[in-house]
Design a protein around this ligand. Structure first.
Ligand SMILES: Cc1cc2nc3c(=O)[nH]c(=O)nc-3n(C[C@H](O)[C@H](O)[C@H](O)COP(=O)(O)OP(=O)(O)OC[C@H]3O[C@@H](n4cnc5c(N)ncnc54)[C@H](O)[C@@H]3O)c2cc1C
Length: 417
């Protein structure tokens, strides 16, 4: 069938889905439909507006070292002209502390020197597609650090990985931590970080991409994908039944395990995908704390539910601004109890009378555990590419971050379309 006649459905209108839809257009596919369950595009890129200013409830920043993101910005002539986001470290009472205490400084320097040499042993980290995984990458990250004697770096990685809602380094395999925080990324976070943002929010990227896509359907949650004998796939939303020749799934894959009902291994693998429950609160406050702070004491597992990061995006002394704060959900707390914990933390930081403006509860940072990696999760996923004319993308395939989503989207387009 000619590309121009081939009907392709892209499920999910987040960054991965939109980049794939635009990329398909460039490759000559004229009949591409994006199906998005929400009434807005963007998924985890989610800018909100308050009194004329933009705030982020999802992704916030990019880094100069991220080549795919830079290329996208260049292609769409998007300027990274947003406010600065330099991070400062605090204890829970709001006193500034050093991220790397003086007494471990020399050990830290020794480890930083060793890091690139160690990472060079892991060539699988360099590829878009996850394959030929070296055994140690399947260990939980903290074990990987012990294995390579990275005592100080273990804490530094934890500061960045855990606070961004990406999970507990005692559980999440090294594969994910080292792909999300690759050498350049961790170094730019350690340096005076040049985190760039967008004045009109990260959703600027989504607006630019969506202009290039003709057929976007919102509020269309896909509930089932089924193959048929005629090479066609039936995609059922809550309202409609549609037919396509090819489907690309960028939404969480486990929702579509029905498609693989004959394949027990695939069903088990999909059932093993785990997420972090990560909350982003936006508060109206009478007084803003300065800039962007990280409370190091709150990054541990026993302090789940407490504020890890706060972000005063637009600095100002008056009350026209929002303060965003980030915390994992405590598994035993209701939303109300969780809010109380956050309000008490804010009080300790000197911020009284916060009024909740908006809360977003994310299923953040999908991963599979060491056992699933040992059993060949990614070999299986890659082997399923194109089976029933269905292609798999999105965060579990790419690992988290805008850069990784873009890299995997490009790989998928070049490899299969
Ligand atoms: C709080 C937070 C902060 C972050 N900060 C950063 C950052 O600063 N920098 C960075 O690079 N990355 C950051 N990230 C990660 C980054 O945002 C994501 O990795 C990336 O946006 C994922 O894009 P995606 O399209 O693959 O997935 P998603 O954005 O999750 O998109 C999937 C889409 O599928 C839709 N969907 C789900 N089920 C269905 C269905 N059944 N039918 C139809 N549609 C469906 C969803 O509604 C969603 O729109 C952050 C993420 C979060 C949550």
């Amino acid at each position: 069938m000619k590309k121009a006649d081939c009907r392709v459905a892209v499920i999910g209108g987040g960054l991965s889905g939109l980049v794939i839809a635009v990329g398909l257009g460039k490759k000559g596919y004229r009949n591409v439909t994006v199906l998005e369950k929400d009434n807005r595009l963007g998924g985890k890129l989610f800018t909100i507006w308050y009194r004329g200013k933009s705030y982020e409830l999802g992704a916030i920043f990019g880094l100069p070292v991220q080549q795919h993101l830079q290329a996208l910005l260049k292609e769409f002539n998007i300027k990274s002209d947003g406010p600065n986001l330099t991070r400062v470290y605090y204890d829970r009472s709001g006193n500034k502390i050093m991220q790397i205490p003086k007494k471990v400084l020399s050990a830290f320097l020794e480890e930083v020197e060793r890091l690139p040499v160690t990472l060079a042993e892991y060539s699988s980290l360099e590829k878009a597609k996850i394959e030929d995984l070296e055994q140690p990458l399947m260990m939980p990250f903290s074990q990987w650090c012990d294995y390579h004697r990275f005592r100080v770096l273990k804490r530094i990685y934890q500061h960045h990985f855990t606070s961004y809602g990406l999970g507990d380094i005692e559980q999440v395999p090294a594969l994910y931590v080292l792909r999300i925080l690759n050498y350049d990324t961790i170094m730019s976070l350690l340096d005076l970080p040049e985190l760039f943002t967008w004045k009109t929010g990260v959703s600027t990227l989504i607006d630019a991409l969506s202009q290039k896509i003709k057929n976007i359907r919102l509020g269309q949650k896909v509930i089932k994908i089924a193959g048929s004998n005629s090479q066609r796939l039936t995609v059922q939303t809550e309202f409609e039944q549609l037919e396509f020749e090819r489907v690309v799934i960028t939404a969480p894959l486990e929702q579509f395990s029905d498609l693989y009902e004959q394949d027990e291994e695939m069903i088990n693998f999909l059932g093993g995908i785990k997420y972090q429950d990560y909350y982003v609160y936006a508060f109206i406050v009478d007084k803003l704390p300065k800039g962007c702070g990280v409370i190091l004491e709150h990054l541990s597992n026993q302090n789940k539910g407490h504020i890890m990061i706060w972000n005063s995006r637009w600095e100002s002394s008056h009350q026209d601004h929002l303060l965003t704060v980030y915390a994992y959900r405590h598994p035993d707390y209701s939303r109300l109890a969780s809010l109380k914990v956050i309000e008490n933390d804010l009080l300790r930081l000197g911020i009284a009378n916060p009024r909740l403006y908006q809360l977003k509860c994310w299923k953040q940072s999908p991963y599979v555990d060491s056992v699933a990696l040992q059993r060949g999760f990614y070999q299986k996923m890659e082997a399923m590419q194109g089976k029933h004319n269905v292609f798999l993308a999105g965060e579990i395939m790419s690992t988290v971050s805008m850069e990784n989503c873009l890299r995997y989207a490009n790989y998928l387009l070049n490899q299969y379309f």
